[in-house]
Design a protein around this ligand. Structure first.
Ligand code: HPA
Length: 236
């Protein structure tokens, strides 16, 4: 096992889907995977391994925010030789073009986190998705003929769900940020540094401009679309 993941060596698949919520990890494993088995429950951050259409796949909760995701992503890549992590999460829409329930695939991520300021000593690194995963996800989403909108572009990975300076988030939106979430920037950076692949696919759970929110049932349905996209992209 690693410091925060209780799985034995070999118990985690080369592809990991990563929701923030550990109970979502359980729901994905029970709903989408065959022969799913819980491989870690350290701190309640559940992880499962099973198969999807004959491919071994794991699902691991990340917790909320970049420091928490960074722990799990680093240990999965470094200690379990994971090759691909696809985050499946929620995001708040920042653009008038993006509606609640839509899917946003993150080409890259801005952030207000200090993690990369420290890592790069102030040099302004630009965290981006792995292009092969990105292309596969866009193709899977187009093939799925979703009933909701599909957007491919920049997200903002914030350290604050309740921002102290909302006007700065609005400025990022002016410069093309489509949605705000809390993890993609760290995921993309850690994957790049370790020579692995990562992608973040998000469903829009709320709209920052209008305050509109989705219901729990809607979230489950749109979450299913997103998991299908992530599984197709990751197993290509
Ligand atoms: N902010 C940050 N993360 C989020 C949001 C938000 O408004 N909605 C869903 N994840």
């Amino acid at each position: 096992m690693s410091t925060h993941i209780g799985a034995a060596p070999g118990e985690i698949a080369p592809l990991v889907l990563m929701p923030g919520d550990p109970l979502r990890a359980r729901w994905i494993a029970e709903t989408f995977l065959d022969d799913a088995r819980c491989v870690t429950e350290v701190r309640g951050m559940l992880g499962y391994t099973g198969t999807w259409r004959g491919h071994r796949v794991s699902v691991q909760g990340s917790g909320m925010g970049q420091p928490s995701l960074a722990i799990y992503a680093t240990e999965l890549f470094r200690d379990y030789d994971v090759q691909n992590i696809v985050r499946v999460g929620s995001a708040g829409a920042l653009s008038e073009r993006v509606a609640v329930r839509d899917v946003v695939i993150a080409t890259g991520a801005c952030t207000d986190s200090r993690m990369n300021v420290i890592r790069f000593e102030g040099l302004d690194y630009a965290p981006v998705a792995d292009f092969a995963l990105l292309r596969a996800a866009v193709e899977a989403a187009e093939a799925a003929e979703l009933s909701v909108g599909l957007h491919v572009g920049l997200v903002h990975s914030s350290d604050s769900f309740y921002p102290a300076r909302p006007e700065l988030v609005a400025r990022l939106a002016e410069y093309g940020a489509l949605a705000v979430e809390m993890e993609a920037s760290a995921l993309y950076t850690i994957a790049a540094g370790l020579g692995r692949r990562a992608l973040a696919v998000c469903t829009v759970s709320d709209h920052v401009l209008t305050g509109e929110e989705t219901s729990a049932e809607e979230r489950e349905r749109t979450f299913s679309d997103m998991v299908g996209i992530a599984l197709s992209a990751g197993t290509r």
